[in-house]
Each structure stands twice: as C-alpha cells, then as structure tokens.
Ligand binder design. Sequence first.
Ligand code: C5P
Length: 421
Amino acid sequence: MSFDLSVIPNKNIVLAVTGGIAAYKSAILVRRLKDAGFNVRVVMTQGAQAFITPLTFQALSGNPVHTELLNPEAEAGMGHIELARWADLLLVAPASCDTLAKFATGLADDLLSTLYLATKSPVWVAPAMNQQMWAAKATQRNLNTLVEDGVHVIMPDAGSQACGDVGLGRMPEPEDLAYQVTQYFHRAQRAIAEKFGLLAGKHVVITAGPTREAIDPVRYISNHSTGKMGFALAAACYAAGAKVTLIAGPVSLDTPNGVRRVNVSSAVQMLDLSMQMLDEGCDIFIATAAVADYRVAEVAEHKIKKAGDELNVSLIKNPDIVATIAGQQKRPFMVGFAAETRHVEEYAAGKLVAKKLDMIACNDVSRADIGFASDENAMTVFFADAYQLEKRDLEKASKQEIAQQLVEAIHDALQHEIEPV
Ligand code: C5P
C-alpha cells in the first residue's frame, strides 16, 4: 500500500488502546500517525496495560499517557472533559469486546468509556479479538448498535491469530490504519477547500519543468529547470479548492496530492496538451515551464555518428505556449513567469503586454539564492493595467509560501471581474 505522507497539520488524535495482544501494533500506529503530522495522545485501559506499558506510548507520542478517570493529578492536567474536547478523532485500536459492549450500552466506569460519551469528535473502532468472540451474537449486536450510533467500525483482517485460531479478528496493520485516518482528514480538508477555498470550483492548468527537444533518438537539448515552482503552485491551487492539471516536462518530483499530472517531453507536446485542456474547460492557466525557445529543425531518424570536426544543427523557433493560449478567443485567466538576469521589472512588464497575460511573476535569476534549482524564491507580481492592481513584491520565502501568495494574487485579480485584456 502506498502511504500518503502529505502532512495533516494540527489535527489531534486520541488513540485509545484496550486489552488485546494487538496492543503491540498500536505502538507502531502512534509512530505512523506522528509521521503523518498528527498530534497524538494515548489513553490506555487497565486491560491494555497488561500487554504493554504506558511508558512506551509516552515515549512514542511525546505526551503523558492517560489511564485513570478519577486521578486528581491527571484531572488537574488534561482531564477527561478537556481530552474529549481536544480530540478531532477518537480512534480505539485495538477495541476489545468489553469496550464495544460498554460503548454500546453507554456504561461509563473508566476513562475510555467516559471519554466516549463526552466527546463530540468522530469515533473509530478497530476491533481485534479471537474469531469466535468476533462472531458471537452479542459482539455483532453491539457492533450494529455502534454503527447505528454513528461509530465507524474498521473491519478486522482475517488470518492466523495469536491464540492459534484462524479467522476474522486481526487488527489491520498500523500503516493501513494510519493511511485510513490520513485519507479521512484529507477528504474532510478537501470538502472544505472545495466549498470555501480561494480557487474553489476553478480548473487550473499549470505547465512546469523544462522541455526536451530531440536531436536524434539518443540526444536532446534542454535546460536546468527543476519544476519546483510549478509543482508548489499545483499543490497550493489544489489546497485552495481548485481542480488542478499539471503538464510536466521531464522532472524528478513527486506529484502533489490530488493533482492530475500529464507528462510531456517537447514544447510541441506541451502546447498540444495545453490546447486540449482548453477544450476541457480551463479557468486559470499558469505557465511556469522553462520551454526551450528552439527545437531541432529535422530530428535525425538514427543516432548521428561522429564525423568531421564540426557538426551543425539547425534550430527553429518553438511555439510560445502561453502566448498561443492567451491568443485564443475563449481564454482562461493567464499567468506567466519571467526569469531575468537584468532589467527584471522592465522586461517582465514588457512580456505581460506582449504575451497578453493577466498577471506575471518575475524573479531575478542572477541572484544565486533564489530561482531555478533553489528551494526559495522572491518575486514581483504585475497585473495587466485593466485590473488596476498595484504591483506586489513577494519577499524571499520558500517556493511553497510564494505559491500561496501567488494563489492569493490570482484570487484578488479574479475578484475584479473585468473583461479579459
Ligand atoms: O519569453 P520567456 O521565455 O521569458 O517567457 C516566459 C514565460 O512564457 C513563462 O511563463 C513561460 O512558461 C512562457 N513560455 C511559454 N512558451 C514558450 C516560452 C515561454 O509558454 N515557448
């Protein structure tokens, strides 16, 4: 299973561990949840402490472990009501028969069963038990009640059990559980972004990376673009609620979560795909790609052999992708980039007009600390005159932060709702 590690910040999980041999897996589960960016607090029942010590969970979660309901010291710190409020999710793994029965009947005679009644957060249970106990009518009856009450039940896996039996009742692997929890929060985050995000309802198409122009079947002309800015923008647009298509030249970057990526090689392929996206309906087009200005006039069918002291390759101009899209009758909001080594602002403003863009972000690539392969960038943003928006200086920051600010700039320009230039 591929484990999506895109981090979910500032979400709190109360992991409740109950009595069962699967409790040892919960130690690894804490690790995986922390890896995914969750804050984790662990609650242990008496039964759980017969299998594994609170100290293990304290060390792994980085927080004190909660074991007692009526312990004055514990209540003086984070008491059961605070803990119930703190949780964005109460995950009970493993969940014993006894715990399921308490939850189903509303018994509140220990910390966990009280917490269950006191929390407003979603509750997930991962039952783990002997296969006969799982199949028992009372257990199934309790599970049905819990489902009716809105509890999410994670089905146990089948297989050989610690007691020697074979059947349903094994707790799923920690990676699997952490993955399910992560996906749940991703979906929740996505639903909010799609409703309230700055680019909600928009389809954003982004070109990124270099292009590769073939000389013969084994050689090509290209440049050093890494695609980092375009990929960071794709992630930021997705987080802002947009549907995102990333048209990527050859780069070695992972596709951001939720983004549709199409790989291309040459400028001509990149243009073809960009035009296809217009047919699909594109609201915002962002050109971050470092498109090769020229391509080889005639690509050799076979590998060019060494001969003579000179080799002349004739180059012809590539199409300007962003200008071509901007020249279409039904055109999206157009964003271009300019990387210059001098007269940065003057050249960028010229490109804004020449390429009929709505917005251009420019940076000074003569500065060694920003641009191309760097993880940081600093930019100045210009808008087409019709928007009547002041230019914006984006101070040196990570490409992620710059991407976020560019999303805000696009959103602000769209608010002006003028006829496209
Ligand atoms: O003309 P220059 O290459 O400096 O323009 C940069 C901007 O134009 C960038 O947004 C780049 O992605 C876009 N561009 C393009 N197709 C080209 C050349 C540049 O889309 N052939």
